[in-house]
Design a binder for this molecule. Sequence first.
Ligand SMILES: C[S@@+](CC[C@H](N)C(=O)[O-])C[C@H]1O[C@@H](n2cnc3c(N)ncnc32)[C@H](O)[C@@H]1O
Length: 246
Amino acid sequence: MEPPVVLISGKHSFLIEKFEGKLHTHSGILDLSVLGERNFGDEIETHLGEKFKIMPFKPPDFFKHFKRGSTPIMPKDIGAIIAYTGMSPDSLILDAGTGSGMMAAYLSYFNKYGEVVTVEKRRDFAKIARNNFKLARLKNIHQITGDLIFVADGFKKEFDLIVLDMKGDIDFISRAKDILRISGYIAVYNPYFEATKRVYNTMIKEDFREVQAFEILRTDLEFKRVGTRPVTRVWHTGFIVIGRNS
Ligand SMILES: C[S@@+](CC[C@H](N)C(=O)[O-])C[C@H]1O[C@@H](n2cnc3c(N)ncnc32)[C@H](O)[C@@H]1O
């Protein structure tokens, strides 16, 4: 077993990047040096007797433990983008802006035999994302720091999927058409109705096919002794517009 791992007890989850030193938790101190001799599924105990299960660091942990620069896209929206674009595991994918690297990390993880090119114009965010990719041991991500509008001059008609989560998304849609393969998909994520409508109309104008705009709403359930009811933790995040190149 190699780091990183996560230690889980009830709702608490700690990311462990090195098997050394002590970790102070809400319920006592953990000696991390013992982790080297343990396996996934084993438990370690704090000095007060609280047990933590040792688990591998997996994509659902990215959202909990990645450092954040700009606001990351949520897993519910990432899932929809992957499902509705039919992303296959040998794709060449363009992602912009990188932000905290959440979208790029999931794309990389499920695109095992392919590559992800991710573009971010802010150096500070690019650095945060680089550290997140390193933490998650993701090796098929190529980071470019620069403005997508200029960076894209160097791209050919080679991408299977383009994901845009950045200001200026509308201005890039016609360029996207030139660098997407036939039957390649574009997915644009935007928090506002007005911009989403413009993205939708621009995709239609640019002759993308099967254009669809939607929102994914997640309703959590709360199980109490008196009964079960929906609870709204996060309601609106963003709208997704997807089109297929023809
Ligand atoms: C909402 S964040 C993206 C979050 C990212 N999808 C994630 O999951 O972590 C938007 C990012 O786009 C970047 N950005 C805005 N315009 C850009 C451009 N023209 N080229 C490259 N990056 C850009 C911003 O600096 C910001 O980091």
